[in-house]
Design a protein around this ligand. Structure first.
Ligand code: TXA
Ligand code: MG
Length: 339
């Protein structure tokens, strides 16, 4: 695609206005949300949406999430809002929850990759909300990374992946949650989590009762409910092995790997680094602060690509609360799980 000058905007009113005008003209604009940076385009403009797929190198059968800045516009794009979906929006919007609803066909068809449902979300970030409200558009926005790479949690990450391919980036500093929104299919009688994320299963169930969780392992020939589930994600160039068990097992696997002449790096908690007596590991944070570990994951996955390393040994963490999303992303980035 044609090279373009990628602008970087800071958060001034003037800059948000300029970014909103470019969105209206069908250009691609990256913006921060509370989860990760998104790559936005006018969701009613088929050509602009097509450009998102091209800029990211994203397979065209993987649908995009539509971002809105006010709740009253929702009914323009969906044909039904079940009561449970309404309750969830009351509780979690703006916030890291994407709700899949039946589409009414108003949006550009490539946004939903031909599905009759659409994922809607109201992000909890002042710049994102200003941009959405200034443009008065529904904005289709996947994460602003090249397809297959970790989602961006800083404007620098976006620039690294998409410089020259997009009109600009609204720089709002590092994002908070650090992994993408929870995707919940509310077209089913019992809503189903298609992707774990910033809002946990327990938080959802506290509001609406039981929710199902889509299996992350597909049976042969089974179509995924969420098309994104079938693609490999977040993977750095060096393979990641998740090592189950404790410190002794990790030391053993590290010795074996290094014995084969490989350069070994570690992606671990502060506690595990202490147990192993390693100083230069990639440290996610403390096991007692899973939110902090989650917010650092993608930055450290990207750092791996700047290092001279043959294999990365990652710790396995508790799947309690946000740990479910953390381990989901780590497992999808990993090439092996070692018992
Ligand atoms: O936090 C987030 O959700 C970020 C920020 C930018 O909002 N966005 C994001 O978008 O992660 P993306 O495109 O990277 O991931 C969207 C996921 C994909 O796994 C896709 O398959 C799924 O949502 N999805 C979107 N629409 C769907 C639909 N109608 N039915 C099922 N899954 C859908
Ligand atoms: Mg993505």
């Amino acid at each position: 695609m044609a090279e373009q000058q990628t602008k970087i905007w800071k958060n001034s009113n003037k800059h948000i206005q300029e970014a909103a005008e470019l969105l209206k003209l069908g250009k691609l604009v990256s913006f921060p949300t509370e989860t990760v940076y998104g790559l936005g385009a006018d969701a009613t403009n088929e050509q602009a949406v097509q450009d998102i797929f091209r800029a990211k190198g994203r397979p065209s059968d993987n649908p995009l999430i539509v971002h809105i800045g006010t709740r009253d516009v929702l009914k323009q794009y969906v044909s039904d809002v079940p009561p449970k979906a309404d309750q969830l929006m009351d509780a979690f919007w703006p916030g890291p929850l994407t709700i899949i609803l039946p589409s009414n066909g108003t949006l550009a068809p490539n946004v939903t990759a031909g599905l009759d449902t659409v994922g809607m979300r109201m992000p909890d970030h002042p710049h994102a909300l200003s941009l959405l409200q200034a443009s008065k558009l529904p904005v289709a926005a996947p994460s602003a990374n090249r397809s297959g790479k970790p989602s961006p949690t800083t404007a620098d990450h976006v620039y690294h992946d998409l410089n020259g391919r997009i009109a600009g980036i609204v720089d709002g500093g590092p994002t908070g949650v650090g992994v993408e929104s929870t995707v919940l299919d509310c077209t089913l009688a019992t809503p189903m989590i298609l992707r774990p994320g910033g809002v946990t299963k327990a938080e959802l169930e506290a509001m609406i009762g039981p929710v199902d969780v889509a299996s992350s392992v597909l049976e042969k020939g089974e179509a995924p409910r969420s098309p994104g589930m079938k693609y490999k994600h977040y993977a750095p160039d060096a393979p990641i092995w998740i090592v189950l068990g404790g410190e002794a097992r990790m030391r053993q696997v590290a010795e074996q790997a290094a014995g084969g002449g490989r350069k070994v790096q570690f992606l671990i908690s502060k506690e595990r680094a202490q147990e192993l007596g390693i100083k230069d590991a990639l440290i996610l944070g403390s096991r007692s602060q899973p939110e902090e570990m989650t917010s650092k994951l993608y930055e450290l996955l990207r750092e791996i690509d700047t290092m001279d390393v043959d294999v990365v040994l990652a710790e396995s963490f508790s799947k309690e609360g946000i740990g479910e999303a953390l381990m989901n992303r780590l497992e999808r980035a990993a090439t092996e799980i070692i018992e």
